[in-house]
Design a protein around this ligand. Sequence first.
Ligand code: XBP
Ligand code: MG
Length: 223
Amino acid sequence: MTLKALIFDVDGTLAETEEAHRQAFNDTFKANGIDWFWDVPLYSELLLTTGGKERMLAYQAAYHSDRPQMSFDEIAELHRQKTARYVEILAIGGLQLRAGVADLIKRAGNAGLRLAIATTTSRPNVDALTKCCWGKPATELFEVIATGEQVTAKKPAPDLFELALNQLQLSPENCLAFEDSRNGLLSAMGAGLDTIVTPCIYTKDHDFTGALRVISTLEGFDI
Ligand code: XBP
Ligand code: MG
């Protein structure tokens, strides 16, 4: 089958973004007088729930079931603030693409491959990342951008990769997915995609059974 498109996850795959997400969550909790603090080991466990709102709800249920529970709307408002804070953190600069990412995307474009995104994070965060790392809005780099707000079931459900495939109007046999986590791999595989995994700082111990290849970085990756 001819390769026609590459579909990339964002968080952990294009860049090591999770420390900026973690800081944005903690800054938001503090700004709202909420006594939650997510350290690295806790965040590592919480990342198994994809999506920031879903992660806060799961944390509240698992760690503070003895307290009055914040409603979905309250959590959604906190998440809105968290997104604004994340965008602010990335705007300061300093976040870099993972090794090999910029070069692979350039080579793929030159080779006539189409480029897409399938991420559980929301659209403002994708633009914040591309502006920070490429100095361009996401649409100048990726033809199709499937983000968390557009689906009801986030990863590990296949919906986000299926949405990207639909928008590309391609079948999975003609595409290759790039992921960094077990949930992302399950999502891509569920959509029928061959998947290259580059584990990130938070996913090194995940089970990547079923991946086409597991490699430390995309440096020199041969398309
Ligand atoms: C990444 C996530 C996201 C980010 C935070 O998953 O799980 O939830 O941690 O994003 P993936 P939001 O890389 O598999 O897409 O807070 O914007 O939801
Ligand atoms: Mg990821």
